[in-house]
Write a protein that binds this ligand. Sequence first.
Ligand SMILES: Nc1ncnc2c1ncn2[C@@H]1O[C@H](COP(=O)(O)OP(=O)(O)OP(=O)(O)O)[C@@H](O)[C@H]1O
Ligand SMILES: Nc1ccn([C@@H]2O[C@H](COP(=O)(O)O)[C@@H](O)[C@H]2O)c(=O)n1
Ligand SMILES: [Mg+2]
Length: 208
Amino acid sequence: METVLEAATKEVNGTVAEKKPTVIFVLGGPGSGKGTQCANIVQHFGYTHLSAGDLLRAEIKSGSENGTMIQNMINEGKIVPSEVTIKLLQRAIAESGNDKFLIDGFPRNEENRAAFEDVTKIEPAFVLFFHCSEEEMERRLLSRNQGREDDNIETIRKRFKVFLESSLPVIEHYNSREKVRKIDAARPIEEVFESVKAVFTSKDEKAV
Ligand SMILES: Nc1ncnc2c1ncn2[C@@H]1O[C@H](COP(=O)(O)OP(=O)(O)OP(=O)(O)O)[C@@H](O)[C@H]1O
Ligand SMILES: Nc1ccn([C@@H]2O[C@H](COP(=O)(O)O)[C@@H](O)[C@H]2O)c(=O)n1
Ligand SMILES: [Mg+2]
């Protein structure tokens, strides 16, 4: 039986390497309910929720030199270069004090996926994929009322296009490795969460 200390550290060539954090990628179209369900998972399962979109919006507000570039990308529904987003994720992971993370809205394209793997050497335990029709997602986004500048019909359509062209291939990548846990997100919030809970409590997800 491994002790807590042994579990937390691994001897590699005489140096002590830190244990890698557990990461679950939370993906799905714009408005599919990723943020809503992550809040529930945090309450029940003790994960730290990191939304790539929220981190980018906070970076704009902080007055960062990348702020204008990020703002322009978000207004166009485009994907910010991985280097920027990964740095924000790494910083948030380091500052969290936790060792298990829901990374929401990332990786959004092949560049995000490959760069994260390359830089962090972290493989997700699994990928939660919230599946929902565009019609329902559009309805949700147009009534979200959180003051997001990208929740207008013109940008929403661009975000849907980017999701289909760039984000779905990432989900297919993980699906071919049997890492995707697909959830029907077109149901009421509580029902969706019942399905989410079933994933997190499944004996097949022991690593989590
Ligand atoms: N199952 C659901 N049924 C109805 N409304 C929902 C459901 N899940 C979330 N919503 C509502 O839909 C809106 C979008 O949800 P949320 O912000 O969680 O989506 P998201 O996937 O994080 O979107 P984005 O990619 O734009 O950040 C919110 O107003 C939320 O309250
Ligand atoms: N990996 C990511 C995630 C998000 N963005 C940009 O932020 C916008 C909003 O993201 P949400 O997940 O909060 O909807 C998104 O449309 C992108 O412009 C990104 O570039 N890279
Ligand atoms: Mg969100």
